[in-house]
Write a protein that binds this ligand. Structure first.
Ligand code: AVI
Length: 341
C-alpha cells in the first residue's frame, strides 16, 4: 500500500522554505469568503452560501444532524452501501479491468469503506483516490483505512474537486469511477447541478462511471421534518454561519436576533432554509454596515429532492448513459450510476 497526499507535499515544502505559503492560502480563502458574503448579502433576496457551514463547529453540528432520528438521508445511503454492495459492484466494475475509485468530498469514508472492502475481497485491482478540501480529514481517513483494510492502495488528493480530478487523470490512465455521495448534489441550485454534471463529464473519458447519491421525493412531512428538527440542531447549523462571519470577517451579527425558517415545496422538490431578522437591525462586517429590516430573509441553503425521472433526464442532458440505480430498502434514497458516452 502507498499513500501520498499530493497537495500537502508542495505546501509543506514551500512553507518550510518561506514560512508563508499557508498564510497566503489562508488569506486568499478569507478574501474569497469575504467577497462571497458581501456579494450574497447585497443580492435580492439576501443570501449566504451553505458551503461555508462547515467550520469546526459546523462539522460537529453536521455529525449531530446525521445522527438525528429525523435525518434519514445518511442512514438510507448507508443501507445501500452496507446491504446492496454487490449491486454497486455490478454497476461500476467492468470485466476485470483495473480502475481508479475517486471519491469527491470523501469525509470520513464511512459509506465508501463498505464498497472498498467488497472490491478488495472480490480481488479487483483498484486505487482509492479520496478528494477533499480538508487535509486533516484525508489524514484521518487514511489512518482509518490503513488499519481497517490494510491491503488497499490509497492516493489522497487534497484540493478542489475539478482540479484534483485533472490531477488524478494526469497520474493514471486507468478507467475512473467517481463517487459523489450524500446528496451533496442537492445543495446546488438545479442549473448549477446540471453545470456540475457537465463539467464532471468534460473532466472524464468515455467509459468512465460516476455514482451520485440523490435524495428522492417522498411524503413532504418526512422531508420537512428532516430539516426542521425539534431539538434545533439544523437551526444551530444555519446560525453558526453568522458566528463564523463574526469571527473570521470581524462582524457583529447578534445571532439571537435571527431565526431559522425551513420550507419544502413538493412541486419543485426544493427544500430551502432561511434566517429571518427578528427586528430592524444594523450589522457591521469589517468596515461596512448592512441594515436588515424586521422579517427580512437571508436564503441559506437548498437541499433539492429528485424523482427517478428527473435523475434520468439529468444524465441524458449532461452527456451520460444511465447505467443503473440502487435504492435503499425504504425507496427514499438512490445512488445512480452513469457512464460517460
Ligand atoms: C450535506 N447535505 C447533503 C445536507 C443536506 O441534507 O442538504 C446538509 C444539511 N443541511 C441541513 N441538514 C443537512
Amino acid at each position: 500500500m502507498y499513500s501520498l497526499n499530493l497537495t500537502n507535499l508542495p505546501l509543506m515544502q514551500s512553507n518550510q522554505d518561506t514560512g508563508s505559503a499557508c498564510t497566503e492560502y489562508g488569506d486568499m480563502a478569507t478574501e474569497k469568503f469575504r467577497q462571497e458574503v458581501f456579494d450574497g448579502l447585497a443580492s435580492t433576496p439576501r443570501r449566504l452560501s451553505s458551503k461555508y457551514f462547515y467550520d469546526e463547529k459546523g462539522d460537529r453540528l453536521f455529525q449531530q444532524i446525521m445522527a438525528m432520528p429525523e435525518y434519514y438521508l445518511t442512514k438510507c445511503e448507508l443501507d445501500i452501501f452496507s446491504n446492496k454492495t454487490p449491486e454497486l459492484f455490478k454497476a461500476i466494475v467492468q470485466d476485470d479491468e483495473p480502475f481508479d475509485l475517486i471519491e469527491l468530498g470523501a469525509g470520513d469514508g464511512m459509506k465508501s469503506s463498505y464498497l472498498i472492502k467488497y472490491l478488495q475481497e472480490e480481488g479487483v485491482e483498484f486505487t482509492y483516490m479520496p478528494i477533499d478540501i480538508s487535509g486533516s480529514i484525508l489524514n484521518v481517513l487514511n489512518e482509518k483505512l490503513r488499519s481497517d483494510i490494510p491491503e488497499v492502495s490509497i492516493l489522497s488528493l487534497e484540493g478542489e474537486y475539478f482540479e484534483m480530478l485533472g490531477k488524478a487523470a494526469s497520474l493514471s490512465q486507468r478507467r475512473k469511477v467517481v463517487l459523489f455521495l450524500g446528496s451533496n448534489i442537492g445543495n446546488m441550485e438545479l442549473n448549477e447541478a446540471f453545470e456540475f454534471s457537465m463539467e464532471l463529464n468534460k473532466k472524464l473519458s468515455t467509459g468512465d462511471v460516476i455514482l451520485i447519491g440523490f435524495d428522492l421525493r417522498k411524503n413532504p412531512h418526512t422531508i420537512l421534518n428532516a430539516y426542521n428538527d425539534k431539538a434545533g440542531i439544523t437551526a444551530a447549523f444555519n446560525l453558526n454561519l453568522l458566528t463564523r462571519i463574526n469571527r473570521e470577517l470581524d462582524a457583529d451579527f447578534d445571532v439571537e436576533q435571527f431565526q431559522h425558517f425551513q420550507t419544502y415545496d413538493p412541486e419543485s422538490g426544493a427544500c430551502r432554509s432561511y434566517l429571518i431578522s427578528l427586528l430592524n437591525q444594523n450589522v457591521r462586517i469589517g468596515g461596512e454596515t448592512i441594515s436588515f429590516v424586521k422579517d427580512e430573509l437571508i436564503y441559506m441553503e437548498v437541499s433539492q429532492k429528485f424523482s427517478k425521472c428527473e435523475i434520468k433526464e439529468m444524465a441524458q442532458q449532461t452527456g451520460f448513459d444511465f447505467v443503473g440505480e440502487i435504492s435503499d430498502s425504504k425507496g427514499w434514497f438512490l445512488d445512480a450510476a452513469w457512464r460517460v458516452i
